[in-house]
Write a new protein. Structure first.
Lengths: 112, 116
């Protein structure tokens, strides 16, 4: 499969902004996603961006997409302790099926 | 109902046991998936079912046997597993198997499997 890379760990203080980065590999990916996984739980879809968009804002979440560099980022404004989790970016492979390839995951730790 | 329900939540089994993991969704989704997630790793695709037919098998060992009895149910039958098969097994579903829509997956909470 493709390698989708993320930084391993990010630590911020409550109220700060968090920026989680992702480098993907399939330039033909039509949709890119961000998922959140809390300890012992499944994955929760946070947001997505279509490949012809540069930016998408959804409440505290802002997704930026740089197709030229195959770089995706997720900014969380006013980060809260409840945002502590592992965040995965994912790209949809163009195989004719909805096959998602997940990034390596970034563990976000928010301290009070 | 907007959930994917997986049972059991936890399972401990011996290497000679036979067990099954179950997954259920009532959202009318026509694609269902099994993923395996080891600790501190991303989920890895195992199987894809599209309209109740197996469409992708990611070279998974035959000791894992998927089954899709109907459009709402997905099972994973386990037999003669190894300790290295211990992991979180995640089921997911999506609305459109063709891959043309934007919808991502809806994931269940997973079954944490320990093989002893």
């Amino acid at each position: 499969g493709e390698d989708v890379e993320q930084s391993l760990f990010l630590s911020v203080r409550e109220g700060d902004s968090s920026v989680i980065n992702c480098t993907y590999t399939d330039s033909s990916s039509t949709y890119l996603y961000w998922y959140k996984q809390e300890p012992g739980a499944g994955l929760q879809l946070l947001t997505y961006i279509f490949s012809n968009m540069d930016m998408k804002q959804d409440q505290r979440l802002t997704v930026l997409l740089n197709k030229k560099d195959k770089h995706l980022s997720l900014r969380i404004a006013d980060t809260q302790t409840g945002d502590s989790a592992i965040y995965f970016c994912a790209e949809k492979e163009n195989t004719g099926f909805q096959k998602l390839v997940f990034g390596t995951g970034t563990r976000l730790l928010v301290s009070p | 109902d907007t959930e994917v329900t997986q049972t059991p939540k936890h399972l401990v089994m011996g290497m000679t046991n036979k067990k099954s993991l179950k997954c259920e969704q009532h959202m009318g989704h026509r694609a269902m998936y099994w993923y395996k997630q080891k600790a501190k790793k991303p989920p890895e695709l195992m199987f894809v079912y599209s309209y109740e037919k197996l469409s992708i098998n990611e070279s998974v060992p035959s000791r894992f046997s998927p089954e899709c009895p109907n459009s709402s149910l997905l099972n994973l039958h386990l037999h003669a597993l190894q300790p290295e098969d211990s992991a979180l097994y995640l089921c997911a579903s999506s609305q459109d198997p063709s891959g043309q829509s934007l919808y991502g997956y809806t994931f269940g909470s997973g079954t944490r499997l320990t093989v002893v």
